[in-house]
Design a protein around this ligand. Structure first.
Ligand SMILES: C[S@@+](CC[C@H](N)C(=O)[O-])C[C@H]1O[C@@H](n2cnc3c(N)ncnc32)[C@H](O)[C@@H]1O
Length: 376
């Protein structure tokens, strides 16, 4: 599987699209927003001289409401600081939205004029000022920006995706990622790939960020030593059931592996320290429940302060299954074909509901705030 040409979230705004089913990732963005706001504030006060244009990148932006959510919060924060410090007119803001080339950038670009209008109404034209948007298609495991050109990098729920399925995982039969049944060598191979990819990521960004530039990265990770990834393991079990029922050929399942690794805090820390270019300001975990209704949704989700999702998300795994479908459908479709899609996701939903009826499960987020050392 060539990850960069296959991986994308389901585009458009339809019922099974990522745009309509990314509430979980939304919660993570809002949960970690104080960290992001703290970092942009530190950056703003530490930049000396203040640049004419502040360059901000969101890596793995996808499409849908989350794409411009971080950007809108950052702009609001910057405007607030400007108002406080009486620096109304400067700097201009340049936003770079990055994702793989298969991402639905068109939907993002189409939403920009209403976004701009909304921002102008909310913060005022004088403060919103000049804000320029750029789409940057490409892998964040490559160089994406000119040398010393970025001031702030944000990325949420993207860096657990690897650049490739690790080599040497032929023994992972019956599993599609790191699972509790995976042999040790498979787990090692997944970690090695993550280590390599995340190091490359840091190298690229260290070239592109100005000295003192900040990064806030939130990754779907884990707290425990066991590196298995339960939500994907349940998808693997679903596919294994379909093999047992003769619906999917065994070899077809064996040749399917998901390029995803959920790192722990310690793993991230050691890779960052080995790289040596960044100073760690924060390194922490947070969590979001699988049961959407258990999570308190920030009021800032809706501009009128109401929470329309309270009733809508009272469910038994139905919404999590839809969320996972919007993430996994393109790669399942690519490997197993269109005729399998409804069958796979119907069964996957049953598996998730069954698990949630017996257990309370959470997604763990690992967040890190870094700044590029002045001399490296
Ligand atoms: C789960 S989505 C998260 C999107 C958004 N940040 C959010 O929080 O809702 C992960 C995104 O990362 C993108 N992605 C994965 N690997 C990537 C890579 N190597 N370079 C750029 N984007 C990548 C995927 O295409 C996808 O849109």
């Amino acid at each position: 599987m060539k990850v960069s040409s296959v991986l994308c979230m389901k585009g458009g705004n339809g019922d099974t699209s990522y745009a309509a089913n990314s509430i979980l990732q939304h919660k993570t963005i809002m949960l970690t927003m104080p960290i992001t706001e703290e970092a942009i504030t530190s950056l703003y006060f530490n930049l000396n001289p203040c640049p004419a244009s502040l360059k901000i990148a969101d890596l793995g932006c996808s499409s849908g409401p989350n794409t411009l959510l971080v950007v809108s919060q950052l702009i609001k924060k910057i405007c607030k600081i400007r108002r406080k410090t009486n620096k109304i007119s400067s700097p201009e803001i340049q936003i770079y939205l990055n994702d793989l080339p298969g991402n639905d950038f068109n939907s993002v670009f189409k939403s920009l004029s209403s976004f701009n209008e909304g921002m102008r109404n909310e913060v005022g034209s004088d403060l919103f000022g000049n804000c320029f948007f750029n789409g940057v298609p490409g892998s964040f495991y490559d160089r994406l920006f000119p040398i010393n050109s970025l001031h702030f990098v944000h990325s949420s729920y993207s860096l657990m995706w690897l650049s490739q399925v690790p080599d040497g995982i032929g023994g992972n039969k019956g599993n599609i990622c790191c699972s509790r049944r995976s042999p040790k060598c498979v787990v090692k191979a997944y970690f090695k790939q993550f280590q390599k990819d995340f190091s490359v990521f840091l190298k690229c960004r260290s070239v592109e960020l100005v000295a003192g530039g900040y990064m806030v990265l939130t990754i779907f990770g884990r707290k425990i030593v066991d590196p298995s990834c339960l939500i994907w393991e349940l998808l693997g079990n679903t596919l294994q059931d379909m093999v047992s029922e003769g619906l999917i050929k065994e070899e077809k399942l064996h040749s399917f592996n998901v390029p995803l690794y959920t790192p722990s805090l310690d793993e991230l820390k050691s890779i960052i320290e080995n790289d040596g270019t960044f100073q760690i300001h924060r390194l922490e975990t947070s969590s979001v429940n699988w049961n959407f209704n258990d999570n308190i949704i920030s009021n800032s989700f809706l501009s009128n302060g109401t929470n329309k999702y309270e009733d809508e998300y009272d469910d038994d795994g139905y919404n999590l299954a839809k969320c996972m479908r919007s993430v996994a459908e393109p790669i399942i479709l690519n490997h197993f074909g269109e005729e399998m899609i409804e069958k796979v996701f119907y069964r996957y939903k049953e598996k998730i509901s069954d698990y949630m009826a017996k257990h309370t499960a959470k997604f763990i987020n690992v967040s890190v705030t870094l700044s590029k050392r002045k001399r490296c």
